[in-house]
Write a protein that binds this ligand. Structure first.
Ligand SMILES: CCCCCCCCCCCCCCCC(=O)SCCNC(=O)CCNC(=O)[C@H](O)C(C)(C)COP(=O)(O)OP(=O)(O)OC[C@H]1O[C@@H](n2cnc3c(N)ncnc32)[C@H](O)[C@@H]1OP(=O)(O)O
Length: 211
C-alpha cells in the first residue's frame, strides 16, 4: 500500500545538484539544462528511497558507483500542453524525438555489463521502461490530469548499436497517442555524440482501481 502519490513525490523530493553539475559539464546535456523555458529538472522519483519497499531496483540495486551512479530527469514544462494538437488518428503532434516530453540522462558503468565493456540489454530495457513510465505518469498528472495508475503492458525494444561502458546516455520519451485506458509511448536512447543506440515502443494501461 502506498502512502504517497506521484504528484506529491515530484513536488516534495529534491533534484540532486551534484547530478545537475555532473551532466552540466557534458555538451549533449547542456541544451536541456540551459533551456529552462522549455524543460525543467524534476526529481527522478524512483531513485529516491521512500522508506518502503518500492523502487528498490532503481534506488538500490542499480544505484551505486559501478552501476548507474548518476541519473537526472527533465520534463517539458506542461503549461502550453493542456490541449495538445492531434491528427485524425489521435497522434500527439506536439511531441516526438525532436521535442520529447520527458528525458533522462544516465551515467552507465561496467557493473551493468553483459559483454565486455557493453551494457546489458536488459538494463537498457529497464531504463526505457522507467523513463517511459515516468513520462506517462507525468503526462497523466500534469497534462491530462486523469486518475488511474499506469502499468507496463508491453515494451518493445530495438537495439541498434552496442552501448559502451562507461558512458553517458540520454533517453528521450514522448506520448504518441491514447485510446481509453491505453497509453502508447515511444523512446530513443542516444549516446553523447547523438548516435541512436536503441529505440522503444511501449503500452501502459491505466488501472481501474488504485495500486
Ligand atoms: C501509487 C503511488 C506511486 C507513486 C510513485 C509513482 C512512480 C511512477 C514511476 C513510473 C515508472 C514505472 C515504470 C515501470 C512500471 C512497471 O514495471 S509495472 C510492472 C510490470 N508490469 C506489470 O506487472 C503488469 C502486469 N499486467 C497487468 O497487471 C495487467 O495485464 C494490466 C496491464 C493491468 C492490464 O490488465 P487489465 O486492466 O485487466 O486490462 P484488460 O482489460 O485486459 O485490457 C485493456 C486493453 O488493453 C489491451 N492489453 C492488455 N494487455 C496488453 C498487452 N500486454 N499487450 C497489448 N495490449 C494489451 C487489451 O487488449 C485491451 O484492449 P481493448 O480491448 O480495450 O482495445
Amino acid at each position: 500500500m502506498y502512502n504517497h502519490t506521484y504528484k506529491e513525490l515530484i513536488t516534495k523530493l529534491q533534484v540532486s545538484q551534484e547530478d545537475v553539475d555532473f551532466f552540466a559539464n557534458m555538451p549533449f546535456a547542456r541544451p536541456y539544462i540551459d533551456n529552462t523555458s522549455l524543460y525543467q529538472p524534476v526529481p527522478f522519483v524512483s531513485r529516491h528511497d521512500k522508506g518502503d519497499l518500492s523502487d528498490k531496483f532503481f534506488n538500490k540495486a542499480i544505484n551505486s558507483h559501478d552501476t548507474i551512479p548518476r541519473a537526472l530527469a527533465f520534463m517539458q514544462r506542461p503549461g502550453s500542453l493542456h490541449s495538445p494538437p492531434t491528427d485524425e488518428n489521435g497522434i500527439d503532434l506536439s511531441q516526438g524525438a525532436e521535442n520529447p516530453f520527458f528525458i533522462t540522462f544516465c551515467q552507465i558503468e561496467s557493473g551493468v555489463n553483459g559483454y565486455i565493456d557493453t551494457a546489458h540489454g536488459g538494463v537498457l530495457a529497464a531504463l526505457f521502461d522507467e523513463t517511459l513510465g515516468l513520462c506517462a505518469e507525468s503526462y497523466r498528472v500534469f497534462v491530462s490530469e486523469e486518475g488511474g495508475h499506469l502499468l507496463t503492458a508491453s515494451l518493445q525494444v530495438s537495439y541498434r548499436s552496442p552501448v559502451r561502458t562507461p558512458s553517458a546516455v540520454i533517453i528521450k520519451t514522448w506520448m504518441r497517442r491514447k485510446e481509453g485506458r491505453k497509453w502508447f509511448l515511444e523512446a530513443q536512447l542516444l549516446d553523447q555524440d547523438g548516435l541512436l543506440k536503441a529505440e522503444a515502443k511501449s503500452l501502459y494501461i491505466g488501472l481501474k482501481s488504485a495500486l
